[in-house]
Each structure stands twice: as structure tokens, then as C-alpha cells.
Design a binder for this molecule. Structure first.
Ligand SMILES: Nc1ncnc2c1ncn2[C@@H]1O[C@H](COP(=O)(O)OP(=O)(O)OP(=O)(O)O)[C@@H](O)[C@H]1O
Ligand SMILES: [Mg+2]
Length: 340
């Protein structure tokens, strides 16, 4: 009977999504008594009455159809698996290659330089780029003997870094599917000794997929940062990314325009390589704060390639200052959120 019930629960989808509530880890326990009364216990990382209600009624509807089931009780609790992390922020973009990882890493470092306790979590299981950008490719993850064998993040430039890239041999390609990704994201949060953090910056893989959904389900993501380039094509994609975050109930903190403009190193003249102002336009269209423009700068790329991101490698450069300004705006936004 229990197996039958579990199989039916696997048909219940997360609202507006293709993933089911069993593989997403929402269902925690199922009990049946001799009177045919079924009790389903579940947990959600987000506090959203509408979603809980929707899940409750879909579960009841699905299970009541099973022969022998007389009554269905559903208990959904909110869980926070990382109570010591104050704010979790994640970058997203509609398209790949617009600079999400570059922005995540530099914002994390800029937040740390502004006095915050910061961690960065790389959830890009297929192509983890954070270790290279942080210059920790050769580091192996060690176990923390003091904290029940949790994994220790790598510490670099004053921030804690955790990436699957430090767990698997370089160049190995993983072909994991949804449920395994969910389990992995859960471990990234629960089984890593993050300690007390003000910010955990999450670098998501390109697109709108499993890692984002798992993260939103497992914990409260304080806010999303939308990274875009100035051209129109990227903007349409960015609007889709914003929509995806909204569906996951992740508030969007604002838009960052990356590769915004170029300052000629010889003549000092500004050139708008990919046109300009698209990010600002997008933020107005979507009524979102505009968090700033990051120039296209060869030092940003070489910094990333050499494992010394510009914020720490060339702190006086225009690029580094642009990242520091964005970090300042994020901190301010958080203060406003806290006092609301
Ligand atoms: N402002 C910038 N100036 C110069 N180069 C940049 C800038 N931003 C990103 N790049 C370069 O562009 C490339 C892509 O950046 P990055 O890997 O951060 O993008 P991404 O959006 O994370 O990509 P993916 O979608 O594959 O995860 C990298 O080589 C990076 O160094
Ligand atoms: Mg990336």
C-alpha cells in the first residue's frame, strides 16, 4: 500500500513545474493506519501559503482515488536547512556566457571587502567554473573532523568557496539528472561547514533548470541578480529568467548590465561595443532596481583566467569599482528588506 501511495505521489507536480514532489524531496514521510487513514508529511523551503495549499489539495485529490484510502491528512512544514546563513543570493541570466560566474565571484569578493562574511557556492554541476576563477583548481575538499564529518569549503581571499569542481577530477563530465542534482544541492547546503555567513552567493548553471528549483525548494533564497548584456536578444532572454525566478518565489533584487561599455586603454574614449543601456531599459520595463554597469575589460577576463578576480587583483580599476558599487547597493537593499 505504501509503495502504491509513493507511486501516486510521484505524479504530483510542483506547481507550474515538471518536477514531482517526491524527487524534489518535499515528501518526507507517509503513514497509513488500519482505518485507511493516510498521513503525508512534507517540508518546503519557502514560505508560501498558496503553494502549500495547492500541494495539499493535489496530494489529497490524488490519494483519495486509491482504493482503501478513507482519509488523507497532509502536513507541510517550512524548513530552513541553513539557519546560520543570513542571505542567499543567486545570479541568473537568460543566456549562457553573459558573465554570471564572473559577476558572482567578483560580487562575492566585493561583499567580503565591504565587511560581510561571505561564501560562494557553485551549483554548475556540468561545468563548474568557480574554482578556476578563484584560483583553487588544485585544492581538494577535506572533511571537517570537528563538525560531524561535514565538508570544509576552501578558503580564499577571505571567502569560503564550495564547488563540485574540487570534488571530481578535472575534465570529468557529469550527466546527472534532476533527482540526483536535488540531492547534491541539498548536500551543498547541509553537509558543508559554512559557519555563520552574511551572504552566500550562488552561481547557477545557465538556463532555467533543476539547480534553481532545488535551491528555491530547499531554502529561502533572499534574492536573484539578473545578469544581462546590452543587446536586445539577451534582454528578451533575461525577461524569461526573471519570470522563472518569480515562479519560484525568489524576489529579484535587480539587473546588472555586464560588458556594458569599453574604455579604450590608449585614448580613454568610451565605446559601446554591444550598444548600451539595455539593462536599464529592462529594469524599467520589469520595475526592478538597476544595480549597475560593469565595463568590458580585458583585466576582468585575465583576472578570471588567472584565478585573481579583478576586485582583488586590480582593486583600483574601473571594473573593480563597478563591482564594489553593485555590492554596496545589494547591502543597502538587504538593510531595507530587514527593516520592512
Ligand atoms: N565584463 C567583462 N569583461 C571582459 N570579459 C568578461 C566580462 N565578463 C565576463 N567576461 C568573460 O566572458 C567569458 C564568460 O564569462 P562567464 O564564464 O562568467 O559567463 P557565464 O554566464 O557564467 O557562462 P556560463 O553560462 O557558461 O556559465 C569569460 O571568459 C569571462 O572572463
Ligand atoms: Mg557560469
Amino acid at each position: 500500500m505504501k509503495e502504491r501511495i509513493m507511486n501516486e505521489l510521484k505524479k504530483v507536480k510542483f506547481p507550474e513545474h515538471t518536477k514531482d514532489i517526491v524527487s524534489l524531496g518535499i515528501v518526507e514521510d507517509v503513514k497509513i493506519n488500519e482505518n485507511g487513514e493516510v498521513t503525508v508529511k512534507g517540508s518546503l523551503g519557502i514560505e508560501d501559503e498558496a503553494i502549500s495549499q495547492q500541494l495539499r489539495s493535489s496530494i489529497i485529490q490524488t490519494l483519495e482515488k486509491i482504493e482503501g484510502v478513507k482519509k488523507v491528512n497532509v502536513k507541510i512544514e517550512k524548513k530552513n536547512i541553513v539557519p546560520r546563513i543570513k542571505h542567499i543570493i543567486g545570479t541568473t541570466s537568460g543566456k549562457g556566457g553573459v558573465g554570471k560566474t564572473t559577476v558572482s565571484v567578483n560580487i562575492a569578493l566585493a561583499l567580503a571587502k565591504s565587511g560581510q562574511r561571505v561564501g560562494i557556492l557553485d551549483t554548475d554541476i556540468y561545468g563548474p567554473n568557480v574554482p578556476k576563477m578563484m584560483g583553487i583548481e588544485e585544492e581538494a575538499i577535506r572533511l571537517n573532523q570537528e563538525e560531524k564529518d561535514k565538508m570544509l569549503p576552501v578558503e580564499k581571499e577571505g571567502i569560503k568557496v564550495f564547488s563540485i569542481g574540487n570534488l571530481i577530477p578535472k575534465g570529468t563530465a557529469l550527466i546527472w539528472r534532476g533527482p540526483l542534482i536535488h540531492k547534491t544541492v541539498e548536500q551543498f547546503l547541509e553537509d558543508v561547514s559554512w559557519g555563520d555567513l552574511d551572504f552566500l552567493v550562488v552561481d547557477f548553471p545557465p538556463g532555467t533548470g533543476d539547480a534553481q528549483l532545488s535551491m528555491a525548494q530547499l531554502t529561502k533564497v533572499t534574492g536573484g541578480l539578473v545578469v544581462t548584456t546590452p543587446q536586445d536578444v539577451a534582454l528578451t532572454d533575461a525577461a524569461r529568467a526573471v519570470d522563472f525566478f518569480k515562479k519560484l518565489k525568489i524576489p529579484v533584487l535587480g539587473v546588472i548590465e555586464n560588458m556594458s561599455y569599453f574604455i579604450c586603454p590608449h585614448c580613454g574614449k568610451r565605446v559601446d561595443i554591444f550598444s548600451h543601456g539595455g539593462g536599464k531599459k529592462l529594469s524599467i520595463q520589469l520595475s526592478l532596481p538597476f544595480l549597475g554597469e560593469i565595463p568590458i575589460d580585458v583585466d576582468i577576463r585575465t583576472g578570471s583566467d588567472e584565478g585573481k578576480p579583478i576586485v582583488v587583483g586590480k582593486p583600483d580599476s574601473l571594473g573593480a569599482k563597478a563591482f564594489m558599487n553593485v555590492a554596496k547597493k545589494i547591502i543597502e537593499e538587504m538593510k531595507t528588506l530587514e527593516t520592512l
